[in-house]
Design a protein around this ligand. Structure first.
Ligand code: NBG
Length: 814
């Protein structure tokens, strides 16, 4: 087949292409085109260039009979794509120039692109970084997920409280995607299982669903670095088999006419806004099955088309389950192989286990998904039978062990018998996978000691670690182009080709010229963030002050509460001793709380109440400012991360599986203050103990304290600063309009302190004073932050993906 001739990449050619799209694809005269029209025309012009490579990539994988990787994820937090794709094709300059020649400001146009928030937080963002790295490493890969009409809610802050508004990323259409109405599959729900023909000693079973709907595909290209490869993100949309019931319509019952359509479409309408908690709704289970089934049908269709049989599936296909949301894949693949393709159980099981790998992203008990058996039976009756059959074999294996006890059986079983009968998705994913991985060294070892301890005894050797990473294209080149350029210059090649070569810039940490430029870049980024804060919130912050940042989902285990309580203590100290040499600070917070998570929402209100008091107090002469920036998302992170001086990674040890924000900040030259949790431990190993501020209880300490009973009240009484702060909260110093507002927070600290906020408070405060001491030694601070940046190459998601490729998927990387 002929390759298309490479297109010229000069601004004139590009300008003509954009104009052509504006005229013939958008149908607008340049004289009257609006900014949105320019955005869509620009994306379409760029997309054509991407398509050339996309087709080449797909063809090459087909011809090479390459193994394909399928990444199944309920969430992809991709953010904006335009700048990222331009950077990866090295066309940023040419496009900017082309638009400028058309009198169009690229920045204004790029800012109109919606921030695709098809995810809640780290898990979804990781999936997006992985997609980019797979393309950059030349791995033929597909991401599979859901095309939600409405992504994560928009957050407004009203009188200090979080208000959730619907997000509408598709409002102006989506020029990136290709609807593939032809790639459509039937998805069933409910109904019953009937017995079919008997062959030999086997009786075939067939699922007769009560309801059926259609999953149809929407494809978005994912461009790798230097356009090496373009992969596909395939997101599914649900629709009814029949768009309308004409009989009902004609008899005037319009609601009934559309009822089926509505019921189908609701499945892909909204992203569940719960982070790290199992949403117990039936709709969520339907979403999970819907996208998993569509994806598996698609995988098998593609494999059949190329190889004409399914026996070789595990050789040619690696399916990675991003957390347990797609864990039903284990039963669905068994069903397809046994019921539809007539495989015997054992071969089907080998193929299933040979293809599937499972990544665990959390140990929080409330987030370990399980479904009531009766619900499962109702929605997926055939899958329930298959799960029982898998379980029967698993239990038989367990009973063969001489040391098998009732507790052991209860712990490995796919059915939880403790809280009503429930299907445990983590256990199912474990049983059906050849590889189970955690996302940081600590998390993986805790996984072995907790949820999967007994399964690891029963089926050893499957658990492995793959510490998370971040793509340096988005989080260095995209977010901090000046720093990327400085680093490239220092190591004499692009950091983005091989981030691990960043260490070569280490010798510049003591170079006066380099330091000066490094600091100037940080200052520039801080100016930009200060401008954003002024424009959005009307608050002036001093870019010379330390930008002390905690941005992430609002969750008690992440301990934004500890941070804001310590901020109050600092405020008290500044008022009491105005003449001390205080390091001026801007405390920056951002993040969304799950709409039903009352305590997290109260913490947001507290941060805003504290901001009111502190920012309005002339006695502290602007030495301290507190800001809560609304509507945290990927685009906002791209501005905040490069501007941070201090990165708050202060979770209760043992509870943050990895964290990836921690990596983004350190790479961009922030110092970390953190606990020995998640990937903080490995960040410490890479940047050096002297270049990170570690404090507080370890995971082991936390576990022991919880087991022995932690006397929170005594701890608070023994900490005068904390006690005073809580007394202020209780007396309404920060909530004069409602003195009792913070009762739930105070009570939870005194009565249980599950998240060890009181237990770690003094250690945190001491660590913060240490941070201030380093800050005052400007040269020392700069030195440490440079050492952070140059030591973070290992945390590139290219490294993570290489490890998945080698140790889980068995696919070559370029
Ligand atoms: C999150 C963890 C983070 C981790 C990301 C990506 C879930 C269920 N887990 O610590 O809380 O960095 O996954 O692995 O969202």
């Amino acid at each position: 087949m002929n390759k298309p001739a490479p297109r010229a990449s000069d601004p004139e050619t590009i300008r003509a292409e954009i104009l052509e799209k504006l005229t013939y694809a958008i149908g607008k005269d340049p004289a009257v085109a609006k900014r949105h029209d320019w955005l869509n025309a620009t994306v379409l012009a760029l997309r054509d260039r991407i398509i050339d490579r996309w087709m080449e990539s797909t063809r090459a994988a087909y011809q090479a009979k390459a193994k394909r990787v399928y990444y199944l994820s309920l969430e992809f937090l991709i953010g904006r794509l335009l700048r990222d794709a331009l950077n990866n094709l090295e066309l940023n300059g040419a496009f900017t120039q082309a638009l400028q020649d058309l009198n169009v400001d690229f920045d204004l146009v790029a800012a109109l692109e919606p921030d695709a928030a098809l995810g809640n937080g780290g898990l979804g963002r990781l999936a997006a970084c992985f997609m980019e790295s797979m393309a950059s490493l030349g791995i033929p890969a597909y991401g599979y997920g859901i095309r939600y009409n409405h992504g994560l809610f928009r957050q407004k802050i009203k009188d200090g409280w979080q208000v959730e508004l619907p997000e509408n990323w598709l409002e102006h259409g989506n020029p990136w995607e290709f609807g593939r109405r032809e790639a459509a599959y039937e998805i069933g729900f409910g109904g019953q299982v009937v017995l079919g023909i008997e062959t030999g000693n086997r009786q075939q079973r067939k699922w007769k669903p009560a309801e059926k709907l259609v999953a149809s595909a929407c494809d978005t290209p994912v461009v790798g670095w230097r356009g090496k490869r373009v992969n596909t993100l395939r997101l599914w949309t649900a629709r009814a088999m029949d768009p309308i019931r004409l009989d009902a319509f004609n008899s005037g019952d319009y609601a009934a006419a559309l009822a089926e359509s509505n019921k189908a479409e609701i499945i892909t309408r909204v992203l569940y806004p719960a982070d790290s908690t199992a949403a117990g709704q039936e709709l969520r289970l339907r979403q999970e099955y819907f996208f998993t089934s569509a994806s598996l049908q698609d995988i098998i269709r593609r494999h059949m088309q190329q190889y004409g049989e399914v026996h070789s599936l595990a050789e040619k296909v690696a399916i990675q389950l991003n957390d347990t949301h797609p864990a039903i894949a284990v039963a669905e693949l068994m069903r397809i192989l046994v019921d539809n393709h007539g495989f015997d159980w054992d071969e089907a099981w080998d193929i299933t286990r040979g293809s599937i790998g499972y990544t665990n992203h959390t140990l929080l008990p409330e987030a370990l998904e399980s479904w009531p058996v009766h619900l499962f039976e109702h929605v997926l009756p055939r899958h329930m039978q298959i799960i029982y059959q898998i379980n029967a074999r698993l239990i038989a294996d367990a009973q063969k062990r001489p040391d098998c006890t009732a507790e052991f059986l209860a712990s490995v079983s796919l059915i939880d018998e403790h809280n009503g009968r429930r299907v445990r998705m983590g256990q199912l994913a474990y049983a059906g996978s050849h590889s189970i991985n955690g996302v940081s060294a600590l998390h993986t070892s805790l996984m072995k000691q907790s949820v999967f301890r007994d399964l690891n005894t029963l089926y050893p050797g499957r658990i492995n670690n793959k510490t998370n990473g971040i793509t340096p294209r988005r989080w260095l080149l995209g977010a901090n182009p000046q720093l990327a350029a400085l680093l490239d210059e220092s190591i004499g090649q692009s950091v983005l080709d091989d981030a691990e070569r960043l260490v070569e810039a280490r010798r510049f940490a003591t170079d006066a010229g380099f330091r000066q430029r490094f600091s100037a870049i940080k200052r520039h980024n801080k100016d930009e963030l200060a401008n954003l804060i002024a424009a959005r919130m009307g608050i002036r912050v001093d870019p010379a002050a330390m930008f002390d940042v905690q941005v992430k989902r609002i969750h008690e285990y992440k301990r934004q509460l500890m941070n804001i309580l310590e901020t109050i203590a600092l405020y008290n100290a500044m008022r009491a001793h105005p003449d001390k040499p205080w390091a001026p600070r801007v405390k920056i917070f951002a993040g969304k709380a799950a709409p039903s998570y009352a305590q997290a929402k109260l913490i947001i209100k507290l941060i805003n109440d504290v901001a009111q008091v502190v920012n309005g107090d002339p006695a502290i002469r602007g030495l301290l400012k507190v800001v809560f920036i609304p509507n945290y998302n990927v685009s906002l992170a791209e501005v905040i991360v490069p501007a941070a001086d201090l990165s708050e990674q202060i979770s209760t040890a043992g509870m943050e599986a990895s964290g990836t924000g921690n990596m983004k900040f350190a790479l961009n030259g922030a110092l970390t203050i953190g606990t020995l949790d998640g990937a903080n431990v490995e960040i410490m190993e890479h940047v050096g103990r002297d270049n990170i501020v570690i404090f507080g209880l370890t995971a082991e300490d936390v576990e022991r304290k919880r087991r022995m009973g932690h006397d929170a009240r005594a701890t608070i009484e023994a900490s005068p600063h904390l006690r005073d702060v809580l007394a202020q909260l209780a007396s309404g110093v920060f909530s004069p309009d409602d003195a009792g507002r913070y009762r739930p927070i105070i009570d939870s600290l005194y009565n249980s302190d599950w998240f060890m906020v009181a237990a770690d408070f003094d250690a945190f405060a001491t660590a913060q004073r240490q941070v201030a001491d380093i800050w005052r030694q400007t040269e020392d601070w700069t030195h440490k932050t440079i050492l952070n940046t140059v030591s973070m190459g290992w945390f590139s998601s290219d490294r993570t993906i290489r490890e998945y490729a080698r140790e889980i998927w068995n696919v070559p990387v370029a």
